[in-house]
Write a protein that binds this ligand. Structure first.
Ligand code: NAD
Length: 367
């Protein structure tokens, strides 16, 4: 049987630096665990624009559709700020998400004990936190028609439309319930059914899909209350299911519970392919960090944890994903810190590759 395939799109700024450490870890899995991947690499974002005049070449798009999973670093940077909107680096990423039809965005918010002091909340509220936000990514008010700025009488009116079909809600809900089955078996669905018809439909469909998962406890919450509960008592949640707009806001809010941007992975999943694996793109939440790019200061953990998500959700290697997450947890507990994780007590930060070194050593020690 052939190896599973991975397309690496390292992108711009710190993207290639953090991805460099992921490539070492992929190599480790081949050498030490007999888990081999067919890895190919290509350009995205500003790097693709420099080479081809577009932020994603058609050939790269075609490759992304064929592989078992795509791993992306980050795109963008000041060099590209003046480019026309149609060829901005972010358009490459948006094209990938759109053409792969990645409708389910998974953003874990996990607080490693060693970093609990970094949260803006009290340590006891966040220590041990482990929640997953499932955000519908391809529909809702960011895409609904009509949209635009129109003349009305003697003034202008800005219009966006919140629109969800039952099937769009259903597939997002199903992905949340499937995830909950692998985790704490709880889903909290968030909408505004009190004031929005799309929220009423969302609640109805989530309830219907929930009946197919009797082991999963389903609750509903208005999204504004959800935002409050996320900062009041976030550990009450396991999986949060929500739409595109509320998910955008709630997932950023949940992210800050955990401290640094350099720690946050994400996955965007689509429909199952012939292999049974979902179409999938894994990427850190952070951007290309032009302020530190090229200096070897970037924290590679968000990108490394994105690869751990790929192991779990694309390659059914939950135990190996847990091994990698445990290695990250261990080095943090031992005091390993890149610059973004330095507390007021100071110390000498590790470089990007030194953080890779200690994580690889922890992986070795796990055998
Ligand atoms: P950013 O995430 O790149 O950086 C915000 C701050 O966090 C910076 O101070 C940066 O140094 C720091 N930071 C981010 N990741 C880090 C890491 N791994 N280790 C250490 N520090 C880290 O956001 P920004 O500055 O708003 O955007 C910079 C560029 O990235 C822009 O061109 C933007 O459009 C792009 N961007 C891309 C993505 C993506 O590729 N998915 C996401 C957000 C922003």
């Amino acid at each position: 049987m052939s190896n599973p395939s991975l397309l690496i799109l390292a992108g711009d700024g710190i993207g290639p630096e953090v991805m460099g450490q992921v490539k070492r870890i992929i190599g480790w899995y081949g050498d030490k665990r007999g888990l081999n991947f067919d890895v190919s690499e290509d350009l995205v974002g500003g790097a693709a624009n420099d080479a081809h005049g577009v932020p994603l070449h058609d050939d790269t798009m075609a490759k992304a559709q064929e592989v078992d999973a795509v791993l992306l670093g980050a795109v963008g940077g000041p060099k590209y700020d003046e480019l026309d909107f149609s060829v901005k680096p972010e358009r490459g990423l948006l094209r990938l998400r759109k053409e792969m039809d990645l409708f389910s965005n998974l953003r874990p918010a996990q607080c490693f004990d060693a970093l609990a002091d970094f949260s803006s909340l009290k340590k006891d509220i966040v220590a041990g936190l482990d929640i997953m936000i499932v955000r519908e990514l391809t529909s809702g008010v960011y895409f609904g028609e009509p949209r635009g700025i129109f003349e009305e009488g003697n003034e202008r009116v800005g219009i966006n439309t919140q629109r969800y079909t039952e099937s769009e809600i259903e597939r997002a809900a199903r992905s949340a319930f499937e995830l909950a089955m692998r985790r704490g078996k709880k889903v909290c669905s968030m909408e505004k059914a009190n004031v929005m018809e799309s929220g009423i439909l969302w609640r109805e469909v989530a309830t219907r899909v929930g009946k197919e998962y009797p082991e999963v406890e389903l609750s509903h919450m208005y999204a504004d209350n959800g935002a409050m509960q996320l900062v009041r008592a976030p550990k009450q949640f396991d999986v949060i299911l929500t739409d595109n707009l509320f998910g955008d806001i709630l997932s950023d809010c949940a992210a800050m519970l955990t401290g640094s941007l350099g720690m946050l992975p994400s996955a965007s999943l689509g429909a199952p392919m012939e292999s049974g694996r979902p179409k999938a793109l894994y990427e850190p939440v952070h951007g290309s960090a032009p302020d530190i790019a090229g200096e070897g200061k970037a924290n590679p953990i968000a990108c490394i944890l994105s690869f751990a998500m790929a192991l779990r959700y694309s390659f059914d290697q939950g135990e190996e994903a847990a091994r990698l997450e445990a290695a990250v947890e261990k080095v943090l507990a031992d005091g390993a810190r890149t610059g973004d994780l330095m507390g007021p007590e100071g110390g000498t930060p590790l470089s990007t590759s030194e953080m890779g070194d200690v994580i690889l050593a922890a992986l070795d020690a796990s055998l």
